[in-house]
Design a protein around this ligand. Sequence first.
Ligand code: SR1
Ligand code: MG
Length: 411
Amino acid sequence: MSRYDTYFLMKAEDASGYVQEKISYFSPDAELECKEIGDGNLNYVFRVKDTKSGNTIIVKQAGEFTRISADMKLSTDRGRIEAKILGIQGEYAPGLVPKVYLYDEVMCAMIMQDMTGHSMMRTALMKHEKFPRFADDISTFMVNSLLLTTDVVMDHKKKKEYVKSFINPDLCEITEDLVYTEPYNDCKGRNNVFPPNAEFVKKMLYEDTELHLEVAKLKFDFLNNAQSLIHGDLHSGSIFINKDHTFVFDPEFAFYGPMGYDVGNIIANMLFVWMNADATIEDAAQQEDYKTWVEITVKDIVDMFIEKFKEAYRIHAQGIMAKTPGFLEWYLGTVLADTAGVCGLEMNRRMVGMANVKDITTIADENKRARAERIIITMAKDCIKNRTQFLCGQRYIKALKNAVAEIDSLK
Ligand code: SR1
Ligand code: MG
């Protein structure tokens, strides 16, 4: 009989004993200390450290309610989904996700590798650090974890088993509401609109019925297109990074959905970095230098994704129909259109929805923040409405520059 035989929400003082009881990682005489270090919206994350050896490990536990809102109850099954997909992604994209040592269905807790030597990517990007390997690593991660879990490559029956085991209704509902619905109508009254932009948001997002139709089409694609095993929340807060290496983690929103959801999220979150630099780096040359690095990174992510996707398709596609001449080009075209659409959705929702991003909310100068948000929303609408035109990385940079010019011309 153990105190961990019945679910309870752990505190830091419970997590060390938990690790010692569940796995043989630290020696029995280790001197353990533990801190809660989670800063996400949903879960509790504990770092357990042996002060004698310096070794560390992570315990991540799913609570029954979210951290961002005590009213939001969520199935703790998301812990199982997260542990399982990390195992699968580790097979398809070796070295790019942390190792999972144990998943415990009773405590809904996972014990996993501590990504020491890496920083939370959003935090590092807000300090204007550069990561030269990122575009290459993330495009490899996305092509491998996304294309290789589709019907193009996988045995169709095994894929259907995966679809079943990754049904994730509570977390999908969060995305359906926060990404695909509320930014366009505030129907639940919980949007977080920056007050100086209230009128702008009303006109640009709440009153644009043509936009609503395009968002509705994208929403039903998200609901119905069981294309590949997506991460589901692939932003810079779900990445730990250093100059030589990238770790993707936190895939609790995973399910079988459109792969453009992941690619579009990555691009949108890099564009927030550009806007943050534009608004906060005072030295002109330094600002230009950092923004140029972000632009090259955005272009490389899209273009490397396309090239690696085509190459992987040629190597791995199975069956006569997937090899039909012209099908790869058509299929990739749908992925790229979804990518641009989702990039726009993520940009909008992080400006006006209940879960914002620090890249923008920490811009202290109110005028600069208002301008940044207006540029983002303007570009987002281009991405959504003209999504079939976003066929290469340069198109995103063009959309960004057009949005800057449009907002600055209204001054
Ligand atoms: C209620 S959770 C809000 C957001 O945090 C997560 O990281 C997801 O992005 C979600 O939409
Ligand atoms: Mg998360």
